[in-house]
Design a protein around this ligand. Structure first.
Ligand SMILES: [Zn+2]
Length: 515
């Protein structure tokens, strides 16, 4: 009985988390909708770990002859009332979807959803979703939300899909005094009653649902205007106990921002801010308000990995965004590659190569292709390969084409006109840019490293004191570096009947392969 109970609990918790995901396939009714803005108005009761309020969603309807609306919100909330264009309307809330059938819809509509309940508590944030209800060392509530994997519908009604970015979002949160709320964009105002303060934040930049976020704490706010490409406000929301580290972390942030601007162009959100907020979990790339829970930890050879990584997402993930989680490696793989470029710039070429040799390779598992089938959910791209194999792929592209070409390709990817609106992109668009800019057809390379989990196998046979070296897959055209017995390094095109004086193969560890 005991054992059965344990299994039942285990199975139900797995089902909960796998059921609640971001992305996947939009319903046909959701495909007919295009969200323009979210306005989230919530009171957060930190004593009872509950939220209540309403969310306005303004959305376009593509085909107004179709009149069903579907909005994602997990069922653990109770939906009290729904207004469509100011009129109360019937709805049902099943299978984590609020469904409304109406007689007519306008091209532009506003739906207001009143709801309340206890949000799921995150058991392993930021990887699984929910609220983290902490207290700081003085006993004040300290509350964070993470939802990249499980989706934003774990805390507010939305179209939970990376393809539907809102043009703007308001986050209006009421909490007890003296708590402070930090969120995306700019603070419009804060208004107080005797016991409570309402913090009104607004972003005018396009934003993915999972990036809409707030954190509550007894924060002090340290501000500085940074001389970036454009003057940019930096805001750091810091708990008083960690404020002595704020000078240090702001200096680091400034250094990393200058680095990213020099490689990838202007910081995308200078019209609002660069924000960091202390979170009771490790981190997340929430646009203009990076979750920073790293407590100034320094990684060898001397940088704050978490800050550097989440900041990199302001370009890779927030400014440019994938339409389908199948292409998630563009967010994570390129951000990890950017880390390698930072190491090279700051600590030299040796640090760049050591990063791939000592950090990247060991994290690649090759259990599944890093680009799965289309309409992927966040769960289809779990694991570290989207990060590290993605970065390794770019490292190999640099081996083939050189650093300048790779940087030009990445800049093209960021700024070229896309097929889709809101700077949404895809793996295919990336491959098209590579092929166009190099004048070559690199499908043989991308098919192996992006679309297959199987690594190429290098076969080596000794022949008359020399070696015959070739790939098991004849269509794989990767040249390989060879160190000869004289110590020369040459680039060799593997071929079955070609003998070569090879003392060492791939001495600089450029290639990911099996032998
Ligand atoms: Zn990341």
């Amino acid at each position: 009985m005991y054992k059965k109970l344990i299994i039942a609990i285990y199975v139900s918790s797995i089902c909960f988390s796998m059921d609640i995901y971001s992305g996947g396939r939009l319903t046909k009714h959701q495909r007919n909708m295009d969200v323009k803005s979210y306005s989230i108005n919530l009171s957060v009761d930190t004593d009872n770990k509950a939220i209540s309020g309403f969310v306005d969603i303004s959305f376009n309807i593509k085909d107004t002859t179709k009149t069903t609306i579907e909005v994602d919100l997990i069922e653990s909330y109770s939906v009290e009332k729904v207004l469509l264009n100011n009129n109360s309307i019937r709805f049902n809330h099943r299978n984590n979807i609020i469904r409304i059938k109406t007689a007519t819809l306008e091209p532009l509509n506003i739906i207001r959803i009143f709801y309340n309940g206890k949000p799921p508590a995150a058991s392993n944030p930021p990887w699984d979703g929910g609220f983290t209800w902490e207290t700081d060392s003085l006993g004040y509530p300290w509350v964070g939300i993470s939802c990249q994997t499980n989706g934003a519908h774990i805390w507010f009604p939305c179209i939970e899909h990376p393809s539907d970015e809102a043009d703007s979002a308001e986050i209006i949160i009421t909490v007890d005094k003296p708590l402070v709320v930090g969120a995306n964009g700019l603070l419009i105002d804060s208004t107080s009653t005797n016991n409570q303060t309402t913090w009104h934040w607004k972003t005018q930049n396009t934003i993915s649902p999972y990036n809409i976020n707030f954190t509550i704490g007894r924060f002090n706010v340290v501000e500085k205007t940074l001389p970036l490409y454009e003057q940019t406000l930096l805001q750091y929301f810091v708990l008083p106990e960690h404020e002595p580290g704020s000078d240090y972390i702001i200096k680091e942030a400034e250094k990393y921002l200058h680095f990213y601007e020099s490689v990838f162009g202007p910081y995308p959100w200078s019209n609002e801010k660069f924000g960091m907020i202390e979170t009771p979990y490790w981190g997340m790339e929430h646009q203009t308000i990076i979750a920073y829970g790293n407590n100034y930890k320094v990684r060898e050879p001397g940088y704050d990995f978490l800050l550097l990584h989440e900041m990199g997402h302001e370009w890779w993930g927030n400014f440019i965004t994938v339409h389908d989680w199948a292409d998630f490696w563009i967010h994570e793989g390129i951000t990890i590659y950017a880390e390698a470029l930072f190491l090279e710039e700051t600590f030299g070429k040796k640090a760049y190569h050591e990063f791939f040799q000592n950090t990247v390779r060991g994290k690649i598992s090759n259990k599944k292709p890093i680009v799965p089938k289309r309409n992927a959910t966040s769960f289809n791209v779990g694991g570290l390969d989207v990060y590290y194999k993605g970065a390794m792929m770019l490292h190999m592209l640099r081996y083939l084409e050189g650093k300048d070409v790779v940087l030009k390709i990445l800049t093209q990817l960021l700024y070229s006109k896309k097929e889709l609106p809101n700077n949404h992109t895809s793996t295919n668009e990336f491959i098209d840019i590579v092929n166009r800019m190099t004048g070559k057809d690199y499908h043989w390379f991308f098919n192996v490293y992006l679309r297959s989990k199987r690594l190429p196998k290098l076969i080596t046979k000794n022949r008359d004191g020399k070696k015959s070296i070739y790939w098991d897959n004849q269509s794989f055209k990767m040249p390989i570096e060879i160190k000869t017995s004289k110590g020369e390094i040459i680039k060799h095109q593997p071929k079955k009947n070609k003998k070569v004086d090879a003392k060492e193969i791939d001495p600089n560890n450029w290639i990911l392969y099996r032998d």
